[in-house]
Each structure stands twice: as structure tokens, then as C-alpha cells.
Design a protein around this ligand. Structure first.
Ligand SMILES: *[C@@H]1O[C@H](CO)[C@@H](O)[C@H](O)[C@H]1NC(C)=O
Ligand SMILES: *[C@@H]1O[C@H](CO)[C@@H](O)[C@H](O)[C@H]1NC(C)=O
Ligand SMILES: *[C@@H]1O[C@H](CO)[C@@H](O)[C@H](O)[C@H]1NC(C)=O
Ligand SMILES: *[C@@H]1O[C@H](CO)[C@@H](O)[C@H](O)[C@H]1NC(C)=O
Ligand SMILES: *[C@@H]1O[C@H](CO)[C@@H](O)[C@H](O)[C@H]1NC(C)=O
Ligand SMILES: *[C@@H]1O[C@H](CO)[C@@H](O)[C@H](O)[C@H]1NC(C)=O
Ligand SMILES: *[C@@H]1O[C@H](CO)[C@@H](O)[C@H](O)[C@H]1NC(C)=O
Ligand SMILES: *[C@@H]1O[C@H](CO)[C@@H](O)[C@H](O)[C@H]1NC(C)=O
Length: 816
């Protein structure tokens, strides 16, 4: 047979080239044939049967024992342009299944729809639907079997869903990412991510869109709850734990070269979290130094092994993230050597036309994203990548970019062994919502609660107390934050439910009053709340922000104050909530305020005037119980703030690791008696946080001693170890997060006043002590120099152990 096609390179060279490069990259066809089957027929396979070799031998790409590189190289030239483009466009399981009714369990599929979907968009399949698990498994099985058995090449699909803090199709919901970060426990986060994989993997999902590594440095932005806080180092460490846990292990019955059972998705690449004005999708300002030292650090740490990365919607310094070849090609591909799949976020290719104004046609949007991003196209837009086959044929789009991008996609699939077994497991039910996952959830919910204030050790309450009032719009509500599916909250325990469960066998009376709605100024519930407080021995008031599940959050006419596309102009409590707290406090009983929220709540009155303050970032399913356990001392709080709390939105940004010189201080205040105290930074407020990054109290006390650096003098390429002894000097066992901060005393560029460089969570029994050693790598000392390179500069570095606003011990490191 004959394909009318002319290659620009010599056929005699082909064999040699094939040995070390993607041949089609170098041998561009100069002419398009009518149906443009861009397939080489001069080697070891025929056009009609591209999945087989002429000599009957097993194609390399089908050989589980062959290296991933060799398999990619073998498969790519067998593919048509249409097949390649289909790998790049996200399809949708709704093409062959009816998935709109969460309760419908009909196991049937649309054959025409299936074939059409797989022909055009068969590389990756969005499957984030709330449907009965049996029906879901059926749909995945049908899709993968069709691809494997009924298409020429048999390329399995990525099957994709959400899992920022729990597998969304009715899986176990863990605390929101900001809550996971508050645990400061990398092992725990890794286990959580692994549990998310356990639930999704059996159902045939192999790609989860998590974790988010954006930084919470612009607190007005709605998605703060999806991040791991404000700090690049903490975000990188927690993110790395998440990626490692999610990808841990191998799928069953796959090749020995497979390295992961699930593809994680580091997102949103890059610099997405600080939109101008806190407005979702708005541009981000910054230069190369801020990019390197702040925004890219967590990705560099956590994502090189992640099998996928998702790009950001925003622009950075005037360049749309999806078309930023400096970040996506120069840095990610060339500098970091990243070799897996990168995909744009939903609908974002069209944004080059409708938002950024850098393209006027869909052809331009597709070409720009492919060539400058080497990335695929997620759904949610107009599928501009469908223009690619014609553009490739017309020679206006680089075939090399197409091949490279498809190569990354195939590598991701081979890395999971999907060509050997892309199917759901028969025993999928045995890994969903298990007792072990529930136990892990319970631990995580406990570890992510942060005790902010505890005047006169009012907490923990004793179970000998006569009665408590549980008050507030968050008292009898389950708040998971965004990225959970419809009705997920039905699986959760409310705080009121948690108190009742914990106190069931005691004589403590629980008096509940809602007091007010989250979203209303109506104070008609105040009298009931005040009388509940008056008739109790202590009052617990639960207030905060709120979000909704992925269905309701995007339904017009609903309301929320946090979550994706929900940005605020004020960080104070909404509606009657602050007045409710004041009214309850005025009842004269010990008043404990619990913020249930997805971001810092800025209410200085509450910090100054209540007896205790607890922060519960949107929890997981057992959050209500864990909160009760903390308040009654069954569990000693051990969470720390991954984000600083400002006095007021006008005092932001408030992150602790500001560059030197960025926090002049001459505070003013509006005093409680109404008097005005005038200052300059700020006139009637202060840039110092209410509670700063790393803060979190315990029911015990810890004393630090014996800080040593080994060695204390290092060369520019040497790591060093920080060792310190921590003694539990209180009466109960507790967990402490040992935090190490570094200050570069003199540098060629402006550096942070301090930055976290290490931490470790340890449990220490009452009266006991532990010696903790934390390794710091030499590259953590590096600055992004004036000549645009990472350089460790000789000089002195202050090392402190403490929190961002406390020093328990310090020492000096010398680099020469
Ligand atoms: C959602 O929950 C409500 C009860 O709160 C129930 O009536 C409804 O059937 C549930 N819907 C689904 C899809 O689970
Ligand atoms: C099946 O899919 C095809 C192609 O998308 C569509 O035209 C047709 O309406 C679908 N049939 C049903 C019964 O949904
Ligand atoms: C796949 O091929 C098998 C065997 O030829 C056939 O029975 C089946 O109907 C095909 N499935 C689809 C969805 O085309
Ligand atoms: C979700 O899981 C819970 C707990 O197993 C179950 O009671 C509920 O029926 C499930 N909901 C759906 C919509 O499948
Ligand atoms: C598939 O893997 C499972 C567990 O990993 C193993 O028990 C089973 O024997 C394997 N099946 C085949 C056909 O290799
Ligand atoms: C899954 O397992 C649980 C517990 O063993 C059982 O109650 C449930 O009916 C099973 N669900 C399905 C769909 O098999
Ligand atoms: C906010 O949403 C709730 C339902 O979640 C609704 O009852 C309430 O009326 C809404 N409030 C406003 C002000 O829209
Ligand atoms: C370092 O610790 C010493 C006490 O050992 C203290 O006097 C000094 O103020 C500390 N320095 C800093 C910068 O915290």
C-alpha cells in the first residue's frame, strides 16, 4: 500500500533517528494527503493495521516490559493527526451515559455517542459526576473496553474527577485544603491523599484534579480555602505529601515500569492566587524574582513527579498563563525537565479571545495554547482544539508541538500502566468509605483545629460542667467548603450533633439556639440565644464564612461568601453575626467563639473580648465531633495557622514573609470606649496580624532548649541540620509543631524578613521531652540574584525556632 506523502528527511536515516528521537518531529510531511493519515508506512507496521507489526512481532508500545520512552516513541508515529488531536481534547462521559440524575441507576449507554466522543475527544474523559457507583463503573468499563478493543490503536483514556479534599462522587470528605495544611502534618496529608485514591481508583478513575498550590496572599479571593496557606515552603511540603500520597502504589496488573496508580494534578500553574483586587481570574502582577522566589517554589518542590499539571486562568505580568512559554516551556520543560501532561483549566483556551484579548479567532487560541504551552484543552469552552487538524494540514500550526504534547499525554498514561489495565476493579466497593478511612478522617479533623486564644485557660471545659449553650448559624450546619458534590453534607456531623454525641453519657445539658442566619441582618433570634447563654455555664458561639457544594455554588440565586468565583470586599463577619457574639458575651457567661470558615475572619473585637477563640477551617465529615472533643479536652489542639489573620481587609496583604522594609509600624486604633488613637501605619489600625502564620495554642506548654546547628559554618553547597530539644512542661500530652525560620541578614537583593525553612510535628507526653532534628538544604538559602540565577551568597543567616511572631531560640549560621 502507498500513502501519498513526502518526508523532508531521508528514508535511509529514519531507522537511526528512531532510536533516539521522535521521528515525526524531525521528518515533517510537506504535503497533506486527502484524508491526511499522517502515518509512516515504511517501517514495521502497515497503515491498515497500525496496531500490529508487519512481521507479527509485538509492537513496542504494547510491550509492558519496554521502557516508557520506547513505548511513546513507538506509538506516536502510528497515530493519525486526528487521533493525536483527540488525545489533547477533554471528552465527557455524558457523551455515552445519562448522568444528570444522581439517583438514576440505569446501566445503559449510547453507542453513537460513545463512538463520536472517542473519535474526537477520547484522550481524557471528565467523569466528575454524582451517580450510583455501580452505574459509574459500568460507564467507565464501556468506555475503556471500547477504546482498548474496538479502536485501531487501543489507547486507554484518562478518567477524571475532583478530589481536593475527598473523592467527590460520595467519597469520604476530609477537611478543606486550608484545614489539611493547618495540621502541619505531612504524613497525615499523605495518608489522606492516599485514601482519596483508594476510593477513586477502584471505580476506574485514574486522574484527580488536585492539589492546588496557589498561595493565599490575597485573602479577598474566593479560593483561599482550596490552598495550603500563604507560605511557599509549607505549600510545597504539604503539596508534595498530597501528590506522593495520591500517586502512591501501582494499579493492579500493570507493567513493571508503571510508577503511579493515579495522576495528581498540580494546579494552577502559575501565579494564580494573587489576583488584582482579589477578583477571580484577574491579572497578577509581579516580575521574574517574585515568580521564582514565591509562586513557583511550591510547584518546583511538589510537582516534578506529578503526572499532570493544570494551567492558571489568569495572566502574569501581561502574559496569559496558558500561553506563557517562558513558564510552560523554558522553565517547566527545559529547566525542570517536566515530561508529563499539562492541561488548561476548563474553558480557558477561549479566554484568550473573550478575556485576555490576545487572540481574535479560535484558530489563534488553539495555536497559541498548543505552541506556547504544549498543553491540552479541557472542556468547558468551545473546543477550539477541534481547529487543529485543519491548521496542521494547512501548515499553520507546528506539528512538532502537536507531537510533543501528545507524547507527554502518552507518557502519563504509560506511567500508570493504563495500557495493561485501565478498568475498574471488581471489588471497588471494598475500598469506598471504609472504617479505616473514617478513622483517618477523625484524626485529620482533630489535627486541623487551631486554638487561637484561651484566656485564663477557660478551655478545655470539664464534663462536670452543668450546661453549655451552643449558639450561632454554624452550630447546626455542616460546612465542607467548595469542591464537594451535591448533598455531600448529608454525610457530615454538625457541631451540635458532635456535642450531643460526645456528651451523650454525661449530665451536661446542651442548650441550642441559632441566633441568626449567616446571610441576614435579622436579630430576631437574639433573645433566644441570649437566654440560652444565660441559662448555661458557658456559651459556644459558632460563626464564620460559608460556601456551597459544586452544584449550588454555581446556581444563580444562591448565596455564599467563599469558594470559587465568590470574592469578598471585607473579611469581617457578614450580617448579624458579630452583634450576636456581642449579645451572647454580654450575657456574662464564659464565651468561646468558633470561627468555621474557609479563610481568615477579621474581627479584632472578638480577639480582644471573648474568653477563647477556636479556628475550624471547613472541616471533614467528623468536624462537628472533633470540635466537641477539642472543647472538652478529649483531644489537645495541635493545629497551627497556615495563613495570617489581619485586623481588617484594609491592612492586607498580611502574610508573614514580607520582604524586608515592607512593614513600617506606627499603629493607631479605635479604642473600645470610642476614642480615636491616631497613628500612621495605619492611621486607626495596624498591619500586624491578629494572629500570625504558625500560631496555634495547646492545652499544655512547651519549652525549647539546646538549639544547635550542625555544622554552624557551611560552604555554599552544604546542607545543615537544626536540632532542638522540646519539653512538654504541662500536665497533658500534646503535639507541637517545631518550626524553623531563616533570615538572610545581608543579601544582594531584598529578601524576606523571615521564611519558614523546616517544620516537624511531634507528640510529647506530659513531662517528657524530644530532641527534634530538621534538615535544611543549601538551596533554601539561595536568592534569585541580579544575574537571574539561584545563588547562595556567603554571609550570616539568622535561624530561629518559634512561630512567625515568636522566637523560642535562635542561632547564627555562617556560609563561606
Ligand atoms: C438530597 O438530599 C435531600 C434531603 O436533604 C433528598 O431529598 C434528595 O433526594 C437528595 N438528593 C440526592 C440526589 O441525593
Ligand atoms: C446518542 O448520541 C448521539 C451523538 O451524540 C446523539 O445525537 C443522540 O441524540 C444520542 N441518543 C440518545 C438517546 O441520547
Ligand atoms: C466492539 O467490538 C466487539 C467485537 O467486535 C463488538 O461486539 C462490540 O459491539 C463493539 N463495541 C462497540 C461499542 O462498538
Ligand atoms: C452517599 O453515601 C451515603 C453513605 O454511605 C449513603 O447513605 C447515600 O445514600 C449515598 N448517596 C448517594 C447519592 O449515593
Ligand atoms: C492482578 O493483580 C492482583 C493483585 O494485584 C493479583 O491477585 C492477580 O493475580 C493479578 N491478575 C493477573 C491476571 O495477573
Ligand atoms: C457496598 O458494601 C457495603 C458494605 O459492605 C454494602 O452495604 C453495600 O450494599 C455495597 N454496595 C454495593 C453497591 O454493592
Ligand atoms: C441565602 O440562601 C439561603 C439558602 O441557602 C436562603 O434561605 C436565603 O434566603 C438566602 N439569603 C439571601 C439574602 O439571599
Ligand atoms: C536570640 O536569642 C537571644 C537569647 O538567647 C536574644 O537575646 C536575642 O534577642 C535573640 N535574637 C533574635 C533576633 O531573636
Amino acid at each position: 500500500m502507498k500513502v501519498p506523502m513526502v518526508f523532508v528527511c531521508k528514508a535511509s536515516k529514519m531507522q537511526k533517528l528512531l532510536a533516539y528521537t521522535l521521528l515525526s518531529v524531525l521528518c515533517l510531511p510537506t504535503l497533506a494527503s486527502e484524508n491526511f493519515l499522517d502515518v509512516r508506512d515504511d517501517l514495521h507496521f502497515t497503515l491498515e493495521a497500525r496496531q500490529a507489526n508487519k512481521d507479527g512481532s509485538l509492537p513496542i508500545y504494547k510491550n509492558p516490559k519496554a521502557s516508557i520512552d520506547a513505548r511513546v516513541k513507538d506509538l506516536l508515529p502510528r497515530m493519525t493527526v486526528e487521533e493525536k488531536v483527540a488525545q489533547l481534547i477533554q471528552g465527557d462521559m455524558n457523551g455515552w451515559m445519562s448522568l444528570n440524575d444522581p439517583l438514576d441507576n440505569t446501566k445503559a449507554f449510547n453507542e453513537t455517542g460513545l463512538k463520536e466522543m472517542m473519535r474526537l475527544k477520547g484522550g481524557s474523559i471528565w467523569a466528575g459526576y454524582l451517580v450510583p457507583w455501580e452505574k459509574f463503573v459500568f460507564g467507565v468499563e464501556v468506555g475503556q473496553r471500547y477504546l482498548m478493543e474496538n479502536t485501531t490503536l487501543g489507547i486507554p483514556a484518562l478518567i477524571q474527577s475532583e478530589g481536593l479534599h475527598g473523592f467527590t462522587n460520595n467519597g469520604t470528605i476530609f477537611p478543606s485544603p486550608i484545614g489539611l495544611a493547618a495540621s502541619f502534618d505531612v504524613d497525615l496529608v499523605s495518608q489522606v491523599a492516599s485514601a482519596i485514591s483508594d476510593e477513586a481508583e477502584g471505580l476506574g478513575i485514574n486522574h484527580i484534579f488536585a492539589p492546588v498550590l496557589d498561595l493565599s496572599r490575597e485573602l479577598r479571593w474566593g479560593r483561599v480555602e482550596e490552598n495550603f496557606g500563604e507560605d511557599p515552603y509549607l505549600t510545597g511540603e504539604i503539596g508534595h505529601a498530597f501528590v506522593t500520597g495520591l500517586q502512591s502504589g501501582k494499579r493492579r496488573n500493570v507493567s513493571s515500569t508503571a510508577i503511579a496508580r493515579m495522576a495528581a494534578t498540580c494546579k494552577h500553574f502559575a501565579a494564580f492566587g494573587s489576583p488584582q483586587g482579589g477578583l477571580n481570574l484577574a491579572q497578577v502582577s509581579g516580575g521574574e524574582r517574585e515568580l521564582r522566589t514565591t509562586f513557583l517554589k511550591p510547584f518546583d518542590r511538589a510537582c516534578l513527579e506529578s503526572l499532570t499539571i493544570m494551567t492558571a486562568y489568569s495572566s502574569y505580568d501581561g502574559v496569559p498563563a496558558i500561553a506563557n512559554d517562558h513558564i510552560l516551556i523554558d522553565i517547566l520543560r527545559k529547566e525542570w525537565g517536566y515530561k508529563y501532561w499539562v492541561v488548561s483549566d476548563a474553558g480557558s483556551v477561549d479566554l484568550l479571545i473573550t478575556l485576555h484579548g490576545t487572540c481574535s479567532t479560535r484558530e489563534c487560541a488553539a495555536k497559541t495554547t498548543l505552541e506556547k504551552g504544549l498543553s491540552g484543552e479541557m472542556g468547558g469552552g468551545t473546543y477550539t482544539y477541534l481547529t487543529l487538524p485543519d491548521q496542521i494540514k494547512a501548515g499553520t500550526v507546528s506539528k512538532q508541538a502537536l507531537d510533543q504534547t501528545v507524547g507527554y499525554m502518552l507518557r502519563t498514561k504509560f506511567a500508570m500502566g493504563l495500557f495493561e489495565n485501565p478498568y475498574p476493579y471488581k471489588d471497588w466497593n471494598s475500598t469506598l468509605r471504609t472504617a479505616a478511612a473514617k478513622e483517618l478522617l477523625h484524626t485529620t479533623d482533630r489535627e486541623s483545629i487551631v486554638l487561637l486564644e484561651n484566656r485564663n485557660n477557660i478551655l478545655p471545659l470539664k464534663k462536670s460542667i452543668g450546661s453549655i449553650a451552643v449558639i450561632g448559624p454554624h452550630a447546626d450546619r455542616v460546612s465542607f467548603g467548595d469542591y464537594v458534590f451535591f448533598n455531600a453534607t448529608l454525610n457530615g456531623v454538625t457541631p451540635l450533633g458532635g456535642f450531643k454525641q460526645l456528651l451523650a453519657d454525661t449530665s451536661v445539658k446542651v442548650n441550642y439556639a441559632e441566633g441568626s442566619k449567616l446571610w441576614s441582618n435579622d436579630q430576631s433570634g437574639f433573645p433566644d440565644a441570649v437566654s440560652a447563654a444565660q441559662s448555661s455555664d458557658a456559651a459556644i458561639v459558632l460563626v464564620g464564612t460559608w460556601s456551597l457544594d459544586q452544584t449550588l455554588l454555581w446556581t444563580p440565586g444562591t448565596n455564599a461568601t467563599t469558594g470559587e468565583h465568590v470574592d469578598v470586599a471585607d473579611l469581617g463577619l457578614v450580617g448579624a453575626q458579630l452583634d450576636l457574639v456581642k449579645a451572647v458575651k454580654a450575657a456574662g457567661k464564659p464565651t468561646i467563639v468558633v470561627f468555621v470558615s474557609g479563610k481568615p475572619v477579621a474581627e479584632p473585637w472578638i480577639q480582644a473580648n471573648t474568653d477563647a477563640v477556636i479556628q475550624q477551617f471547613y472541616p471533614g465529615e467528623l468536624g462537628g465531633l472533633a470540635l466537641a472533643e477539642i472543647i472538652f479536652g478529649d483531644v489537645n489542639p495541635s493545629g497551627k495557622l497556615p495563613v495570617s489573620f489581619p485586623h481588617d481587609v484594609g491592612t492586607t496583604p498580611v502574610f508573614y514573609n514580607y520582604l524586608k522594609g515592607s512593614r513600617p509600624l506606627d499603629p493607631g486604633a479605635v479604642l473600645d470606649n470610642g476614642n480615636l488613637k491616631f497613628g500612621h501605619q495605619y492611621v486607626l489600625s495596624t498591619p500586624v496580624p491578629l494572629w500570625s502564620f504558625g500560631h496555634g495554642l495547646s492545652y499544655t506548654t512547651f519549652q525549647y532548649s539546646g538549639l544547635t546547628l550542625s555544622p554552624s559554618t557551611v560552604g555554599r553547597n552544604n546542607d545543615f541540620t537544626v536540632t532542638v530539644t522540646v519539653r512538654n512542661t504541662g500536665a497533658v500530652s500534646g503535639k507541637e509543631v517545631v518550626q524553623v525560620y531563616l533570615t538572610d541578614i545581608l543579601a544582594s537583593v531584598v529578601t524576606p524578613n523571615q521564611e519558614l525553612v523546616g517544620f516537624q510535628k511531634v507528640e510529647i507526653p506530659a513531662g517528657g521531652s524530644k530532641t527534634v532534628s530538621i534538615k535544611v538544604k543549601s538551596e533554601q538559602l539561595a536568592v534569585w540574584s541580579l544575574s537571574n540565577k539561584w545563588v547562595v551568597e556567603p554571609g550570616q543567616f539568622l535561624i530561629k525556632v518559634g512561630t512567625s511572631d515568636q522566637t523560642f531560640a535562635n542561632a547564627t549560621l555562617t556560609v563561606n
